[in-house]
Design a protein. Sequence first.
Length: 323
Amino acid sequence: MGRVTMQTIADHVGLSKYAVSRSLAGKGGVSETTRKTIERAAIELGYIAPSHVGHSRTIQLVLHDHDPVNSEVQLRIHRGIQRAAERAGHPVQIQWTHDPARIAEIGRSGAGMILVGPHAPISPAKAPRIPLIKVGMIAPLEPVDQINLTADESTAALGLKLYEYGHRKIVYLEGAGGLRGRAGRYHAMRDALEALPGVAVRELFFVENGGFLAAFQEMREGGFSPTAIVAGNDWMAMGAISDLLRVGIRVPEDLSVVGYGDYPAATQITPQITTIRVPGEKMGAAALQLLTERIQNRDTDAFPYRRLLIYAPIIERQSLRRI
């Protein structure tokens, strides 16, 4: 495929170029469903916005390479940045890459840069020349400003809610494992519950996209029968509910299931999923605000690096019950 343009996206989704332009600019005049369709197509096709490199107010937005699990969150963050930037009069140039050399190249022009996703730590040799904000997890004491979530705190609070609702045996779905965010949330929940009487919390590892049910049944046959499942994300929660219902285990009558993310799919299944909401648009708006302040205060000695956590609430729906 040659260069991907707005017309390419319009042809791909069967909409007008006008609708594509309004959606990618974060402007009104299109429905939220249309906007999401266009933004997903832009990511899938590898769209790169026309360059504003000559514009001193340009914000360089770099999304990590397309990841189906996290794409919804990235779209929300993108919308929050785009809308806040439009209000502040900043053009936004969007690209998808995780290559540090390419990021350094992009960071040679514009007013500032926002990196979204699991980007590698910034090394002094390849650091962008312009002020930088990272949205998501960073390396310990990485010298950048960061926007992240109260994900661990929210999951700890979820564990306490499960305890309040009478749940004493809880399993946390790690999937294949190895993901820092999921592991951190599990440990936060376990630490919040370990001092309470009668509580047992277990991790469950399995091959995702089909391996949950066998691992869950093996765990039960080994003597651990939970009353609540906390999934690493809403997609895992949906898969678990589907598998459980297929073998006659009712949700939430027999087993409560909780997710993470509050993706649209969480309300498109029966029962609707209790989950922790990832407020991507608020994260994006906060990133733009923090970057603007960094641009105005480039002296790091007088304006130290900051960590800003965005509140991630628990959204209670039908998949969780008291026992």
